[in-house]
Design a protein around this ligand. Structure first.
Ligand SMILES: [Zn+2]
Length: 281
């Protein structure tokens, strides 16, 4: 989205809200986000109550955008800065909100991106990632293994639940799978249909005495996704396996939408209902 169109959208709080609402409700036709019933009562507070299940909600209830403490205008400013790949500390200054608020918004947006990726719903449920919305770290502390697959001009960063980290370590120790690293991110040479396997090194290399000094890995010569991702990975500070996974799904999204209107797509993701939201606020 070009800046002149963008400026019209965020001109007032009302215009920003209206822009986001059209992604929440098709033709502004509201329904109960819990049971989908369309017969609703409007309350004096502006909220609505479902005639069937009694659920009381507002326009952003049970949607990603409901988390993160930003107003519609702030969200749209955040999305613009995100689209432009502005660093977190600069975002915090530009938005005049705390660093932690930006971090939280980033997590919410990355979860929304993940939820819209091909294997996203499966990843979210198998790793219980929705707890991140409530600032609770998920239970898993072992890095997932990801596989990079390129098809025509798209990339798939696949979550490989059937390939646990120990198996990759086994391949490395016993079958000389070559690896290299960028900070805590370890990537391998070609494996089956995958251009590379990836994992987050949370001390496992030290534990097994692994060195990541591979030479001429297939992925190193890649001029597509890896050429796009590598400089970004050098700037990204991975903190834990979940952030590693969310960041790779962000890169998958950015690469596959490199010629698209990122801001509009992200706004629609943010306004989507959260999957498996039985406990969502
Ligand atoms: Zn209902």
């Amino acid at each position: 989205m070009y800046l002149d169109d963008y400026e019209k959208i965020i001109k007032t709080s009302a215009s920003a809200r209206k822009f986001l609402l059209k992604f929440c409700w098709k033709n502004y036709q509201r329904f109960c986000p819990r049971c989908r019933c369309r017969k609703l009562y409007k309350l004096s507070t502006g909220k609505r109550r479902c005639s069937r299940c009694g659920y009381t909600f507002h326009d952003f209830s049970r949607r990603f955008i409901n988390y993160g403490q930003l107003s519609p205008r702030q969200w749209l400013r955040f999305l613009k800065l995100f689209e432009l790949e502005v660093a977190t500390d600069v975002m915090s200054r530009q938005l005049n909100v705390s660093y932690n608020t930006v971090r939280k918004a980033l997590t919410v947006l990355r979860l929304a991106i993940l939820a819209h990726s091909l294997d996203g719903p499966q990843i979210i449920s198998s790793l219980s990632l929705l707890s991140l919305l409530k600032n609770k770290p998920p239970l898993n502390t072992i890095s997932p293994v990801l596989g990079i697959l390129e098809k025509s001009d798209q990339v798939f960063v696949d979550f490989l639940p059937d390939l646990p980290l120990e198996t990759v370590i086994h391949f490395k120790l016993n079958f000389h799978l070559q690896t290299k690293n960028i900070g805590h991110i370890v990537y391998s040479d070609r494996y089956k249909q995958y251009l590379s396997l990836l994992f987050y090194d949370d001390g496992i290399s030290t534990q097994y005495g692994l060195r990541h000094k591979g030479k001429s890995l297939a992925i190193d010569g890649n001029k597509n996704f890896w050429a796009f991702a590598k400089p970004r990975l050098k700037r990204f500070k991975t903190m834990n396996p979940n952030r590693f996974l969310l960041y790779f799904k962000e890169l998958e999204f950015r690469y596959n939408h490199r010629n698209a209107d990122v801001l509009t797509t992200l706004a629609s993701y943010l306004c989507a209902l959260i999957p498996d939201d039985s406990k969502a606020k």
